[in-house]
Design a protein around this ligand. Structure first.
Ligand SMILES: [Zn+2]
Ligand SMILES: [Zn+2]
Length: 378
């Protein structure tokens, strides 16, 4: 134990470079392991060790060359936006952080414009779209061994959450989406009981657990057999799993329809189907996008009439502000007791840094794959 801080100290008094996964945005299959420079922490900054990084569809799209942007003046972008970090050394002017503390890094950063949303810390509601996002757009990401980060963009994580804190970032997106749904249809008289989640990927499962935690009866729809890991996880939390292939969603709607629905697949035809099973005063929040083109035939008059006559709210939601990260940390702590071991079961594969390509190639049974950056046997 005594030798460990020494070793870290040796490594970080003179940080020069470290391993990182980089891509050339716009170019398919360009991801590779590189050595990149590590800056010593300046005022307000903290040198962080990256513990692990989760991967999702956004990373896959960036690696396929269909999404993402490199920082200004650079051809390549360091990948990774779902982080768990550990403090190595804060700058002398940084207070409240000590070596060994755990944190999650905030992904989106304010735009440089006089933007009221960004200036108020609501970069998730940025008015100009000129924000940057770590590992996605114009700002290097977390999939690297060491990172110099501004303390202002770190969210503290209690040690008990170490195994699951890599889920804080995707859960922050869910927290913002649920807040939007409840805010837009938040009449004091409105008390929905049944909630629907379409898609049992990480976002869908996190949304389902968050809704279950809040007392809803939750239906989760996907297209996997009932013995698939994601389906078992749904059932273990006391929620209803529906395999849409054998039991179409429309045939399992509770009396009065769903009060709240979260669409988490990005498969656009499901948007219309979820809207169709909303109850009176129901709210549907959309969290996913896919880059495909799926034409569907819609009875536009019926959709219009139903939306008006039943006070439906259809809302889109993306990204998260600091308070949504904090809410995610609080919820994961709550789940620790309420759903023991379930958040852990969302992480179905651990890969070493050098095996990042395997982490990006998701199998049908995988829910969330993570890359063990620190001590992962790279
Ligand atoms: Zn993600
Ligand atoms: Zn802005």
């Amino acid at each position: 134990v005594a030798s460990r801080p020494e070793r870290v100290e040796k490594k970080t008094t003179d940080p020069q470079d470290c391993l990182a996964v980089t891509v050339q945005p716009g170019v398919a299959q360009s991801a590779r392991l590189d050595r990149i420079a590590v800056d010593a922490p300046g005022p307000g900054e903290v040198l962080m060790q990256v513990v692990r990084v989760g991967v999702c569809g956004t990373d896959a799209e960036i690696c396929a060359g269909t999404y993402g942007a490199a920082p200004a003046g650079s051809e390549r972008l360091v990948l990774g936006h779902e982080s768990l970090l550990r403090v190595v050394r804060p700058a002398t002017d940084v207070h409240g952080w000590s070596p060994g503390d755990l944190a999650v890094g905030i992904v989106r950063r304010p735009c440089p414009d006089p933007c009221p949303a960004c200036q108020a810390g609501r970069w998730d509601l940025c008015m100009t779209g000129r924000f940057a996002e770590r590992g996605i757009s114009r700002l290097d990401g977390f999939l690297r061994e060491l990172l110099t980060e501004q303390a202002a963009f770190l969210v503290p994580v209690p040690p008990a959450l170490e195994p699951v804190a890599v889920l804080v970032e995707p859960l922050s997106v869910v927290e913002k989406a649920l807040e939007e749904a409840l805010r837009t249809q938040g009449h004091p008289e409105w008390s929905p009981r049944a909630a629907l989640v379409t898609g049992a990927g990480p976002i869908g499962l996190l949304a389902a657990l968050a809704l279950r935690q809040r007392g809803y009866s939750v239906w989760v729809v996907d297209r996997q057999p009932p013995d698939a890991p994601k389906a078992r996880l749904v059932q273990a939390a006391g929620m209803r799993y529906v395999d849409d292939r054998s039991e179409p969603l429309e045939q399992t709607v509770p009396p009065g329809g769903f009060g709240l629905a979260v669409e988490a697949t990005g498969y656009s035809p499901l948007f219309f189907r979820a809207a169709g099973v909303l109850g009176r005063n129901g709210v549907l929040v959309l969290t996913g996008v896919t880059s495909g083109h799926h034409p569907v035939t819609v009875d536009a008059d019926a959709l219009n009439a139903e939306t008006v006559l039943e006070n439906h709210v259809l809302v889109g939601s993306v990204n998260a502000a600091r308070r949504h990260y904090q809410a995610a940390v609080a919820d994961l702590m709550d789940w620790h007791d309420r759903f023991p071991g379930l958040a852990e079961r969302l992480i179905t594969a651990h890969h070493p840094l050098r095996g990042f390509q395997d982490a990006l190639a998701k199998g049908p049974a995988d829910i969330k794959s993570v890359i063990e950056v620190a001590g992962g046997g790279a």
